[in-house]
Write a protein that binds this ligand. Structure first.
Ligand SMILES: [Zn+2]
Length: 310
């Protein structure tokens, strides 16, 4: 049975950094955002975290051979059709209340389960990490056969997230031709609520969900990783965390299939809180996001009034 640690949360909440650190632990194999593998890798042949084109990466070639007898045998149109049918945010209430899965849900989940099982075998890891984030996908995966699913729900202050969505970030895997999506603070706030609440629903359906606050994780990554390894059921030795320094981590190259540009970082990665939003997010937008997200912010333990507010 494949063991998968699914990193969930709304975008720009720090899942990539958490994934990169977890991926350094022995027994873990970080796969990036598998949800994008079908289009960006199989079809568009974008770059793997190791720097090679997907088709030129030996790791992923072996995974494809094992899972599907070659990626050419994956009907990407079928995967997209299934995704549209079952894995949209609007489907979450139905997915969460379902007591049985439809054939489409099971079929869609099976594509992921095959990738996870093959990646575990090729890498020799006990557990693979999928940082797809999407709450709807996590709800789908609870119906996958032969899958031990554990979910890490990464939460970041909605105001920091909203600020991050207003910034322009280019996508290096497309050689600068494409930029990451941007949202207005109001839109970001609504989505932050929906996606984070969805992980609460998932926990109530019996899926093991462990919530971390990104800001808290960054203040003591060592303690945070020890807790996450414990949740994942992964035995850890003190020397396994030697890659962590006081304010940075030393990262090796990985085979992340898709995701935030940080997936390409090799070597030193700074570990510090990014609180730029406290100064840079205009107060009207800060109040708007605080009002829309107030109940959940409070539930997660975030202060609604920020001391350094201008
Ligand atoms: Zn690779």
């Amino acid at each position: 049975m494949a063991q998968v640690l699914f990193l969930g949360g709304f975008g720009r909440s720090g899942t990539t950094l958490v994934e990169r650190l977890l991926g350094e632990l022995p027994g873990m194999c970080a796969l990036g955002e598998v949800v994008h593998l079908w289009q960006r890798d199989i079809r568009d042949d974008e770059r793997c975290g190791c720097g090679a084109r997907f088709s030129g990466c030996a790791f992923w070639r072996r995974v494809g051979d094992l899972a599907f007898n070659g990626w050419a045998n994956v009907d990407v149109d079928r995967v997209h059709k299934l995704r549209d049918a079952v894995e949209r945010t609007r489907h979450i209430p139905r997915l969460a209340s379902a007591t049985t899965a439809t054939d489409e849900v099971r079929e869609y989940a099976s594509y992921y389960a095959r990738v996870y099982a093959a990646a575990a075998e090729v890498s020799g890891a006990r557990m693979v990490i999928d940082s797809s984030k999407h709450s709807a996908l996590a709800h789908v995966l609870r119906w996958a056969d032969d899958l031990d699913l554990r979910v890490v729900h990464v939460v970041r202050d909605a105001r920091g997230v909203a600020y991050s969505w207003t910034k322009t970030v280019s996508r290096p895997e497309t050689d600068g031709a494409d930029q990451m999506t941007r949202y207005s603070p109001g839109r970001s706030a609504v989505l932050w609520n929906a996606h984070n609440a969805a992980f609460g629903l998932l926990a109530r359906r019996g899926v093991p969900v462990y919530r971390i606050r990104y800001e808290e994780f960054l203040t003591d990554p060592r303690a945070g990783l020890i807790r996450l390894a414990d949740f994942a059921g992964l035995p850890l030795h003190p020397e396994d965390l030697d890659f962590l320094r006081t304010e940075h981590a030393d990262l090796r190259a990985g085979h992340s299939a898709a995701g935030n540009p940080m997936r390409f970082t090799v070597g030193r990665l700074a570990l510090r809180r990014d609180d730029a939003w406290v100064r840079a997010l205009p107060s009207t937008q800060r109040r708007l996001v605080g009002a829309v997200c107030g109940p959940l912010l409070r539930a997660y333990g975030y202060p609604l009034n920020i001391a350094s507010e201008a």
